[in-house]
Ligand binder design. Sequence first.
Ligand code: ADP
Length: 401
Amino acid sequence: MNILVLNCGSSSIKYQLLNMQAGPVVLAKGIVEKIGLAKGAFTHKPEGKEKYEATLPIPDHMAGMDLVLQALTDKQHGVINSLEEINAAGHRIAHGGEYFSQSVLITPEVKEKIAACSEIAPLHNPAHLKGIDTMERLLPTIPQVAVFDTSFHQTLPAEAYLYGIDYEYYKKYSIRKFGFHGTSHKFVAEKACKLLEWKIEEKKIITCHLGNGSSITAINKGKSVDTSMGFTPVAGVVMGTRCGDLDVGALLYICEKRGLSTAEAVAFANKESGVMGISGVSSDFRELHAAAESGNERAKLALEVFCYNVKKYVGSYAAVLNGVDLLIFTGGIGENDHVVRSIVSSNLEFLGFRFNDEINKVTRGKDQILSTPDSKAVIMSITTDEELVIALDTLHIVQTK
Ligand code: ADP
């Protein structure tokens, strides 16, 4: 069975076609960008063949999806003979609100609920719906599945998801912590337990997904019990360009001082802050390290703030879980940045962790135990694969429907 995994943004479509029997293996992946602009961009990478790139106007999602389907079946850079070889589609959906605690087959009712969540995820859900509608029109006979960033965190208890505001705002506007990156947190926790031959139902785990967006999750017996992102993905640890936890009083003060509109305040918190804002150098951790090594004090400071933020969440989630058996690093930074892992993991002996920095220093982009054999609790680096989770969930749902 071949599954097309889609992540449709407001002006982009990211895709992967996976053959599920053969591995699963990725047959092709790519991205359509700048949909609706004068010059759109299309990149298609078929497995074992040369990359195909094109710059052309891509007026809407329909035109974008057409390009993808054409490329997948193209004589030269295609990987399948006809569209009939696509058996199902799995969509990444940013926000499932309180409606979805797991992945689901897409039906008209499901679409209505995804649309209902558009109000709290205006940048993402409408674009996902466009992707779903487009696929329904282009490949009307195949089943489509929705996989939500938020669903894994639907097990949070009320004490963890409620904010300290008038309860009416929760009831009326769904103002609460939802959490994101759920597919990744769930995937790496399960993968690590499989590798360690542990039963996840018996374990207390803290997962650190550290990338351009970062979030930390406390997992008890396989269930998310707290997570650092909130009502939106701007909360929690300091990120590439997002501010993370910020005193609302400070934000209101900045708005007043600078006369910011709501949209400008959103841009300020999401795009102009984080390690980029602190350093003035970059949101990219490789560039931050390079600048810090050449003596840039603000880049150094940004890295220190980031590591301190992550460590603080690890400590607080250890308290939430009443101890911890396993600490996992994943995401572009978590999988590759040994300096960040080392700073976060050092001086955690009181929690039972003994860190092996020799192994840590040479670990990049792989599944690896980073604690010493005599460490009571385990530290690991685990590679994440959100597209694979979407494909596996899609396969499971399609096969059991
Ligand atoms: P996204 O949230 O967009 O999926 P990623 O998970 O790809 O982001 O993470 C991107 C971050 O990972 C960037 O800050 C990048 O600098 C960092 N990163 C990637 N490779 C390395 C590396 N070898 N060393 C340090 N940081 C890295």
